[in-house]
Design a protein around this ligand. Structure first.
Ligand code: KMH
Ligand code: ZN
Length: 306
């Protein structure tokens, strides 16, 4: 696949996994989500990946009333591409998860490409405190029935068919190499059309680990399966966010950062905001001799409805 000339930075503003108790910077009120999204766009993010939360408690939400207060503000204040999550949270049905994308018909939304155990890796957050102890039995075994992220072929088909009339470009979330084969299968049966946009995800416990070898392997597999019919980006969860983003840039790919994926800016230091992570990866991208894509350039590169 030919090397892309510009690098697209996606910023995932708040997600559904981290809790406000983990970092004061994690936005959850409507005002804070809007402000941090606008600041991230100003810092260089051309795509904003958005989840909603309850304005009072910060609990993840797929309620339309929790998206409505911030989406128009972001659209009015920035030119960035709006990308709405269909991941929701682990306990929700696929119908509930896709409802925000169906309602708001954004330019992009996520599409998760396989079922898996899903948890933030305790070691992915090792930056926080090298002596940090976790309780394997309590945190990862007793609760693990609630950690199944369900994305069966029936779920994927339902999401694809329901959203097809909206002409939304999907951010295909691939947490392991098997998910690339799932995507290829779904393309072969006509659920998704080329060119697809793949987010290679590393460092989620239940998915592939955050090693450079794995990135090379994912990329090589995608080249074989999709040829010129795909664009790609890298999301390194936790401590691998900046290092894998750097490697992705060197390999000619795009990068996703944001507090959804990591609360840190460097070893032992919590990020002050989403914009600070965007500014950091932007510096890295530019230091590597690459140029950051504007929102309109991202629209062109990803063939968005605009
Ligand atoms: N939380 C990320 C690891 C989604 O929103 O659909 C993946 C994600 C999924 O962003
Ligand atoms: Zn998300």
């Amino acid at each position: 696949m030919a090397r892309q000339k510009k690098t697209i930075i996606t910023c995932a503003i708040t997600g559904a996994i981290h809790t406000p108790t983990m970092s004061d910077a994690l936005p959850y009120t409507y005002d804070d989500i809007a402000q941090q999204a606008m600041d991230a766009a100003e810092a260089g993010a051309s795509i904003l990946h958005l989840h909603a939360r309850d304005n009072e408690t910060g609990a993840p939400s797929v309620d339309i009333k929790d998206f409505a207060p911030f989406l128009p503000r972001i659209k009015q204040a920035t030119d960035a591409v709006v990308n709405i999550s269909t991941g929701g949270s682990l306990t929700l049905s696929i119908q509930d998860r896709i409802n925000p994308a169906k309602t708001f018909s954004p330019e992009m939304c996520s599409m998760n490409m396989g079922s898996m155990n899903f948890s933030f890796h305790p070691l992915a957050n090792r930056y926080k405190d090298d002596d940090w102890k976790f309780d394997w039995e309590k945190d990862y075994v007793a609760n693990s029935d609630g950690n199944i992220f369900r994305n069966t072929f029936r779920d994927i088909k339902e999401a694809a068919e329901t959203l097809a009339p909206h002409d939304i470009k999907f951010e295909h979330e691939c947490y392991d190499v098997g998910h690339l084969y799932n995507l290829k299968f779904c393309m072969d049966i006509g659920l998704f059309k080329a060119p697809v946009f793949i987010q290679f995800i590393f460092g989620i416990l239940g998915g592939i680990g955050p090693e450079v070898d794995n990135l090379v392997f994912m990329k090589r597999t995608a080249d074989r399966l999709f040829g010129d019919d795909y664009r790609w980006s890298v999301l390194g969860a936790g401590g691998s966010q900046m290092s894998l983003g750097t490697t992705a840039t060197q390999m000619g790919g795009n990068v996703r950062v944001g507090l959804e994926d990591s609360l840190f800016i460097s070893r032992g230091k919590l990020a002050e905001s989403n914009a600070s992570q965007v500014a950091k990866i932007r510096r890295i991208v530019e230091d590597l001799g690459c140029e950051v894509a504007t929102p309109d350039e991202a629209r062109e590169l990803l063939d968005l409805k605009g």
